[in-house]
Design a binder for this molecule. Structure first.
Ligand code: SF4
Ligand code: SF4
Length: 145
C-alpha cells in the first residue's frame, strides 16, 4: 500500500516504554530462523546447537523461542527486560508495525489495549518508517527457513 493509500498518512504515535508486556501474558510464538538463532547464540557466546536446545522449541519445521509455563513469558524476559535485546529477532524488532496491527484504525486501537507505548502522547513515527518495518515483517512471515 502506498503512503497516499494508507489510513495513517501522517504517521502513528508510538514510543516503547520497555514495559515488557509484549513479551509475556498470553501464549504465542516468537519465530526465529537460522540466521536469527545464530545471531542470538553469538550474542550469548554459545553454539547454535546449545541455543536451539536451551531456548527454542520446534513447531513443525520451524523454531520458536520457549515460553514459560503459566506466565507465558518469553524465556529471555527477565525483570521485564529482554536479555538478548541487541540481537532480538525480527518479529520483536518490528513490533508494533505488524500488518495485523496497522491494517485499520480499529486494529491499531485494539493493539493499544495491550501496548502502552501506543498513545497520543507518544512520538509520531513517520509513515515511511512504519511501512518499511511492516515490509520487513511481511518478508519475515514469508520466510519459513
Ligand atoms: S508492550 Fe509496547 S510499550 Fe511495552 S515493551 Fe512492548 S512495545 Fe514496548
Ligand atoms: S526475544 Fe526479547 S523482545 Fe523478543 S519476546 Fe523475547 S524477551 Fe521480548
Amino acid at each position: 500500500m502506498t503512503k497516499s493509500e494508507t489510513w495513517y498518512k501522517k504517521g502513528l504515535k508510538f514510543s516503547c516504554t520497555e514495559c515488557g508486556k509484549c513479551c509475556t501474558g498470553s501464549p504465542g510464538y516468537v519465530w526465529v530462523n537460522t540466521q536469527e538463532m545464530e545471531e542470538m547464540a553469538h550474542f550469548l557466546a554459545i553454539t547454535l546447537d546449545e541455543f536451539k536446545r536451551k531456548y527454542t522449541r520446534r513447531v513443525g519445521s520451524r523454531f520458536s523461542l520457549i515460553e514459560m509455563k503459566q506466565t507465558y513469558s518469553c524465556i529471555f524476559l527477565k525483570d521485564n527486560k529482554c536479555r538478548v535485546y541487541g540481537a532480538r529477532p525480527t518479529q520483536c524488532k518490528t513490533f508494533p508495525w505488524w500488518p495485523q496491527n496497522i491494517s485499520s484504525e480499529k486494529a491499531w486501537k485494539g493493539a493499544a489495549y495491550s501496548c502502552e507505548g501506543i498513545n497520543d502522547e507518544a512520538e509520531l513515527v513517520p509513515t515511511e518508517t512504519i511501512q518499511e518495518q511492516e515490509l520487513i515483517q511481511i518478508g519475515r512471515n514469508e520466510d519459513n527457513s
